[in-house]
Design a protein around this ligand. Structure first.
Ligand code: NAG
Ligand code: NAG
Length: 245
């Protein structure tokens, strides 16, 4: 593969698959055509790690037949381990094949780390800043507390932390906030994300937004107009009915 190769990991599966099937005759069993019954053979390669420097990376190659993992290569163990009778039998045979085992052992560097180094700058290191909105979803009434909602849109990657701070006290980790308003306090939605240098704080603005104000104004005008028309109609009716014909 050239250093510019995209993150096409499946190519590797195919080459591993053919190298395994080339010297393991039993694989033809998996491809027996059947009109009504079908089997699913699945080979899954996982490169597991927790730090960006890839130091703790582990390669796990799982061979799964009809949802049962029957054999696995774990790069920390350095050889195949069987989980079923068939798997134990084959682990012994596969581990006997020093050339194949040697190839599998180099895959931690040649496959996992190699591809991760390509994918990091192209996908995983990229970040898109979220757009955050703090809204009221329930007003306080009587002894029912009010509720705020913090919505976070359009971000990458998917790891994100949203919490609430109330006068700088963290006290809830959901995106809904139930609270009894106290005068003069400041409530903020705090979002921590890889795209930010530091946690971002979004203050709750208790003044009604423009559209809300417009709705209130339209509603109030309608009410006043309604009252005037009703009064006019009532007066007209009264006058008409008291007048003798
Ligand atoms: C791989 O093997 C190591 C050593 O036995 C073990 O600690 C680890 O849990 C294994 N990883 C997986 C995913 O099975
Ligand atoms: C594995 O190799 C050893 C020695 O080369 C041999 O005695 C043994 O039969 C082999 N086992 C299998 C399952 O092929």
């Amino acid at each position: 593969m050239s250093p510019d190769a995209p993150c096409v990991w499946s190519l590797w599966f195919i080459s591993l698959w053919s190298s395994v099937s080339a010297h393991l005759k039993f694989f033809h069993l998996m491809f027996v055509p059947a009109p009504t019954i079908s089997w699913l053979m699945n080979v899954r390669s996982q490169c597991l790690y927790s730090s960006r420097d890839l130091n703790d990376m582990v390669l796990i190659d799982s061979y799964i037949f009809n949802k049962i993992e029957w054999i696995r290569f774990n790069s920390t163990v350095g050889k195949y381990v069987g989980y079923t009778k068939f798997g134990i039998y084959n682990a012994e045979r596969w581990n006997n094949n020093t050339a194949h085992l040697q190839e599998e052992r180099t895959n931690l560097d040649a496959f996992c780390k190699y591809n991760a180094e390509i994918c990091y700058p192209r996908i995983m290191d990229k970040t898109v800043e979220p757009r955050v909105k703090v809204m009221s979803v329930k007003q306080a009434s009587g002894n029912h507390p009010a509720m705020l909602m913090c919505s976070v849109y359009n971000f990458y990657p998917n790891t994100i932390k949203v919490s609430w701070s109330r006068d700088d006290w963290y006290y809830q980790i959901h995106s809904h906030l139930e609270y009894t308003p106290k005068s003069g306090e400041k409530i903020s939605c705090v979002v921590e994300h890889a795209s930010f240098q530091k946690p971002m704080v979004y203050d709750w603005d208790p003044s009604l937004p423009e559209s809300e104000r417009n709705k209130v104004a339209i509603g109030a005008s309608g009410l006043v107009l309604g009252i005037i028309l009703s009064a006019a109609g009532f007066i007209y009716y009264k006058r008409k009915s008291s007048r003798p014909y």
